[in-house]
Ligand binder design. Structure first.
Ligand SMILES: C[S@@+](CC[C@H](N)C(=O)[O-])C[C@H]1O[C@@H](n2cnc3c(N)ncnc32)[C@H](O)[C@@H]1O
Length: 283
């Protein structure tokens, strides 16, 4: 399996994973400041999805190429820019392709970005080799992720917003029921040590950085529970119906006992972090 296509998530992805106002632009500006790329830079995103990361680059006039297994996700990106007054001046090219076998020549890009995609790809090492191949010497590979409380690991405590507590409890219940990461995935999240080790073994200069703060739009605890019930996160797509039903039953009991304000929205904040890799002379 080359990866996990997000076809089924295209309709709701932006509503459930999108950033709050201004966050995506802050991330773009931080990437530009960190890498020093100019307007002429050729930028590639691996697993571009709906353009959560690339839209601000496209709208600022950068030369953007996106690759994704899911045409439906990329169609959402195209729909978002279709009505922009500056559309005619945009430089954007999208390819339905697998990031472990990129349809580009060597050294074709100055910056390659991969955000929340490698954990979906079994042969993530092949994806790293491909990223290196298509980067010009001295170009940048940025493997980015959102680091927010409760993402991917259970947390607790009085200061944690209730929607985050719901997500955390879900992760605990998954552990309790022995729900493993679905087959065909690397189970690698964020700046996993395996990534930096692999990049170093490929001869890269590697660095970890927090680039920008982000906000997510407010959500209520009940809405978060609904997202989980509807399996809106890819980590729940391969759970059997029986186990999913049991997770929902246990979650419902916990929710009724522990959530004080089920319909009160709260926003989450976090940090956009990257693992950067460079090969060769910056030139
Ligand atoms: C979690 S989404 C992230 C999208 C975007 N990078 C973002 O941060 O919003 C992961 C995307 O990677 C795509 N994907 C998964 N495996 C892939 C592969 N092997 N090649 C290309 N795209 C892949 C999915 O279809 C999905 O659109």
């Amino acid at each position: 399996m080359p990866g996990i296509s997000f076809d089924r998530a295209a309709a709701y992805y932006d509503a459930t994973r999108g950033y709050g106002e201004g966050s995506a632009e802050r991330i773009r500006d931080a990437i530009v400041a960190y890498t020093g790329i100019g307007q002429g830079a050729r930028v590639l995103e691996l697993g571009v999805g709906t353009g959560r990361i690339m839209l601000p680059f496209i709208r600022a006039g950068y030369d953007v190429t996106g690759v994704d297994l899911s045409q439906a996700m990329m169609d959402r990106l195209l729909a978002q820019i279709a009505g922009d007054p500056g559309r005619a001046g945009y430089r954007v090219e999208l390819h339905q392709a697998d990031i472990t076998a990129l349809p580009f020549g060597d050294a074709a890009f100055d910056l390659v970005v991969a955000v929340h995609v490698l954990h979906l790809v079994d042969d993530w090492r092949a994806a790293l080799r491909e990223a290196r191949r298509v980067l010009r010497p001295g170009g940048w590979l940025l493997i980015g992720h959102d680091s927010a409380p409760g993402d991917g690991r259970p947390i607790g405590g009085a200061a944690v917003p209730e929607p985050t507590l719901v997500r955390s409890q879900w992760l605990r219940l998954r552990e309790e029921l022995g729900v493993a990461q679905p087959a065909g995935r690397s189970n690698m999240w964020g700046s996993d040590r395996r990534l930096s080790d692999e990049l170093a073994s490929l001869g890269a200069r590697v660095e970890e950085r927090t680039l920008a703060a982000f906000q997510r739009p407010p959500i209520t605890p009940r809405e978060m529970f609904e997202h989980l019930r509807e399996r809106m996160y890819s980590s729940d797509w391969q759970t059997s119906d029986d186990v999913h039903g049991e997770l929902i039953r246990r979650m419902g009991a916990w929710f009724d006992q522990h959530i004080a304000a089920p319909d009160t929205p709260s926003a989450t904040a976090g940090e956009f972090q990257v693992l950067s890799a460079r090969w060769g002379d910056p030139g």
